[in-house]
Every structure is written in C-alpha cells, then in structure tokens.
Write a new protein. Structure first.
Length: 238
C-alpha cells in the first residue's frame, strides 16, 4: 500500500482508469470522493467480500439485494484496488469460494456463481480463511462482510475479530434486514469495542438499493481513517 500524506498514487487504480460501464464509473467516482474526505492520503488496499449464505438470506438473494451490494462493492473497490476484481466468498455451513467479480462479469454475477442461501451462519470459518489470507497479502486488506443475522458462535467470532485487529485488515460489516439482535451484536460488541486497534465498523442497511452511490461510499469509508491511524501507531502498517 502507498499512503504518503499529501501524495497521489497514480498507479493505484490503473484498471479503473480504463473504459467502465457508466454505473460502475459513478460508483468508483463516489468512492474517490468519500476516500478523499475521510482519508487524507492515497489508499491502496486489497478488497475481499464475504457474504452470508444462510437460509435466512433467501429473500435478499431473490430480491437482488446481494447483487446490488456486489456491484456497489466492486465500484468502491475500483477506487483503491488496482486489479479491478474482488474475490467473493460465502459462509453458510462452511466457508466457500465463489470466484471473482470484475468489470467484465459483474452483471448477474450472484446468480451465475451459485452463491445462495443454505445452512447456518458459520462466519468463524470465513474468518479463519481471512486471517490466513491477510498474512499472505501484499497489501492491507479491506474485508467486507454482508449478513442479516448474528453468527453461529458469537464468542468465537468476537475472539477471531479481536485477533485480526493485530493484522493489517479493516473489516466492514453490513447488516441487511431488520434483525435487531444481529445489529445489536455487531454494533455493541464488535463495532464499539475496547481493543487497542479498532478494526471493525458496522453499518445497518435496511434497504441498500435506496442509497445513492455517494451515501453508500460514505458508509464504506466511515472509520477507515481512524483505523489507519491506530494501525500505524501500533506498527501494524507502515
């Protein structure tokens, strides 16, 4: 990652500077505006997405919410990830890989990838994978988690996320739907934590399709600068 104060990283979004569909271009540009407001230096991170594939997510797959979030996440990633694609993983009974979404395949990606509702909410399995991936990554990781409910093992998930706070990874949890218990867990236990480095931000998104590109991008960048500052002070990133 390059994040020199006041510097512009000209090479950070090489893919995104080529021809883009209008919708993705708007999402990328909104992300650049949000990043410029929130983080006073250029940012380059590797983006990864983890999507709840439990049975309770059925409606969010059917009504297009998961596809909408996938497209928005791709547009956001184009502002700071130079490879122009996001690996997508699902967590139901287990952690599963569902390929990579990119500029060339994002339309209808969720349907084609067979990422869909089944099983429980084994977020622990995906966090185990994330920890191993972060340790191998060349750049800090921006991990996006989309879920509608609390995980199977809250104690284990909390423990894993706290351990991840010692690594170069920022975790954004988007809670869709209206499960008050799930949102309370994310907000009060994970987001408002007392760890030395706060690496988690939770955002409630009852209906993400109603958000403008700028509103979505602002939610995606919230608390990112604070994490950079804390992680830098702790020697986690340089």
């Amino acid at each position: 990652m390059v994040f020199g104060f006041g510097k512009k990283n000209e090479g950070a979004v090489a893919v995104a500077n080529g021809p883009l569909p209008v919708s993705l271009e708007k999402k990328r540009d909104a992300a650049r505006i949000s990043l410029a407001k929130e983080v006073p230096f250029s940012v380059e991170m590797e983006v990864m997405a983890f999507v709840d594939a439990s049975g309770s997510m059925t409606g969010f797959y059917r009504n297009g919410t998961v596809q909408v979030l996938t497209e928005r996440a791709l547009g956001f990633s184009l502002a700071m990830d130079d490879d122009g694609e996001i690996p997508i993983y699902g967590f139901g009974y287990n952690h599963e890989s569902h390929g990579k979404v990119s500029v060339s395949n994002y339309q209808g990606f969720i349907t084609r990838s067979n990422l869909g509702p089944f099983g429980s909410t084994n977020l622990s399995a995906s966090l185990d994978f994330l920890e191993k991936a972060v340790k191998k990554a060349r750049k800090p990781v921006y991990a996006l988690i989309v879920t509608d409910g609390a995980p199977d093992d809250r104690v284990d998930v909390t423990r894993r996320l706290k351990r991840l706070s010692t690594l170069p990874v920022f975790i954004k949890i988007l809670v869709v739907g209206n499960d008050g218990d799930a949102w309370s867990y994310v907000k009060n236990t994970l987001d408002d934590n007392d760890w030395p480095v706060d690496n988690v931000d939770g955002q409630l998104m009852n209906d993400p399709a109603k958000l403008s590109d700028q509103q979505f991008a602002d939610k995606m960048t919230e608390e990112l600068h604070g994490w950079f500052r804390s992680a830098s002070n702790a020697g986690i990133i340089k």
